[in-house]
Design a protein around this ligand. Structure first.
Ligand code: URA
Length: 441
């Protein structure tokens, strides 16, 4: 097999066979195929796309380029979730303890964030001492002892994806549907999941700006999972405005704790109920959790009761974190400065631009611009209004938490045009735009 032939084949719009895809992934992972040939093939894929069989073969080859986690000693059925990333998205911190509180074990590997906000492991590192770098033996022990573990992704998980992603990043080939879908799904397959709930974000605060793009990506990812023998469901959720109130690592942990006590913002509470109910639907057997409406009600009750908080506390303790910060969220990192932003005028809130809020949060130091950047866990923004709310001039809209005057000023400039008002009533934004059910693919 020759790499130049594969490039020509894809350039001319022909499909690659399973063995050709294996040849390129295995050869590149082993350092036997040079970057320039792989970059050329990626560009050909970018323009020509891939059919369903090619996409699943690519994903499988990437997943199998490293360790494939076997979680069968921890649970009969491993359930996982993945969010494509949105502003204020701290859903994993609530939905996972919530699902674990139903006796469904959670053993999850999560990523770090690059860009406007941190990933789940960055958020968890707001808790003093919390260790996300677990060995496989520790990962399994915490999962068995606590029923829940969340750790960072190990380097041996889908190494081909790490290599390809770095190359895509510098060759203009990130924004390709089969490449994004295979990248995300290779890590999910390698992490041992039997069932996966995808939370595909759409809107100004997300990677996918239109519903069409988000739906197409959700379908491709769900198809990959189904073809690889997994149970799949994908939610299409709106992030034109931030999810919940808090944006920024420690603020988001605090909001997750409040939500687990049944005191979270209504939109975020509902979002977590939906994700958890979908996870339980996949994990349930027979009649158990088969009826989504009933499961939602059951999950809502548990969330309101505060019973799931114990699972977060157990996990924090087992992973070396300071549980007193969960018991008393005022002990989480606090920024030095707080600046309140008030409504400029009376009327209905027509928009709270999630991307503006995200960039302002990044200016404060809550996210990374490069992989090497250090995160400031204390800083962030609380956004108290939602689209559709009626406000009076002078009402509190946001609190900016900053650690220095310079970054505070930059953040306030970013926030300048983030809120739009309307003299007439405005419909609230939907939380979800739809569902892609793997059983229908
Ligand atoms: N997230 C990933 O893991 N991979 C992509 O290609 C895009 C987003």
């Amino acid at each position: 097999m020759r790499m130049d032939r594969l490039i020509e084949q894809k350039r001319d719009g022909h499909a690659l066979t399973e063995s050709e895809i294996r040849f390129f992934i295995d050869g590149y992972t082993a350092g036997q195929i040079p970057d320039y040939q792989v970059a050329a093939l990626l560009m050909a894929i970018y323009f020509q796309g891939m059919n369903r069989a090619e996409t699943v073969n690519l994903t499988r080859a990437m997943a199998e380029s490293g360790d494939m986690l076997d979680l069968s000693d921890i649970c009969d059925y491993a359930i996982d979730k993945h969010s494509s990333g949105g502003v204020g998205d701290k859903t994993s911190l609530v939905a996972l303890p919530l699902v674990a509180s139903f006796g469904v074990p959670i053993a999850k590997m999560s990523g770090r964030g690059l860009g406007p906000t941190g990933g789940t492991v960055d958020k968890l590192e707001s808790i003093s001492g919390f260790n996300v770098n677990l060995s496989e033996a520790e990962f399994r022990r915490v999962a068995r002892d606590c029923g829940i573990v969340i750790a960072g992704q190990t380097k041996s998980l889908a190494p081909a994806d790490g290599l390809l992603y770095a190359l895509r990043d510098v060759t203009g080939t990130v924004a390709s549907r089969p490449l994004i879908a295979s990248s995300i799904m290779s890590k999910k397959l390698a992490a041992g999941a039997s069932g996966i709930v995808l939370d595909v974000k759409v809107g100004r605060g997300a990677f996918m700006k239109t519903l069409e793009e988000a739906r197409a990506l959700a379908r491709t990812m769900a198809q990959i999972g189904v073809d690889a023998g997994r149970d799949m469901v994908a939610l299409l959720s709106d992030v034109n405005q931030p999810l919940g109130v808090a944006v920024g690592n420690a603020l988001e942990v605090a909001e997750a704790v409040k939500t687990l006590r049944g005191e979270g913002p209504a939109d975020f509470h509902r979002h977590c109920v939906e994700v958890a109910a979908q996870m339980l639907r996949l994990a349930g057997t027979g009649e158990r959790w088969a009826e989504l409406e009933e499961t939602r009600a059951e999950v809502d009750q548990v969330l309101k009761s505060g019973a799931a908080l114990e699972h977060l506390q157990r996990m924090v303790k087992a992973q070396g974190g300071d549980v007193s910060q969960i018991e008393d969220i005022r002990k989480l990192p606090q920024a030095r400065l707080r600046y309140n932003v008030h409504a400029r005028q009376s009327g209905a809130i027509a928009a709270i631009l999630a991307d503006r809020v995200a960039w302002a949060t990044l200016s404060l130091g809550a996210g990374r611009r490069t992989k090497e950047d250090e995160i400031d866990h204390a800083v962030g923004i609380e956004v108290f209004a939602n689209v559709g709310d009626e406000v009076a001039a002078g009402d509190l809209l946001m609190t900016v938490h900053a650690n220095d005057d310079g970054s505070l000023q930059t953040a306030l400039e970013e926030l300048g045009g983030a809120v739009a008002y309307s003299a007439s009533a405005v419909e609230p934004l939907p939380l979800f735009h739809g569902v892609v059910d793997g059983r229908e693919l």
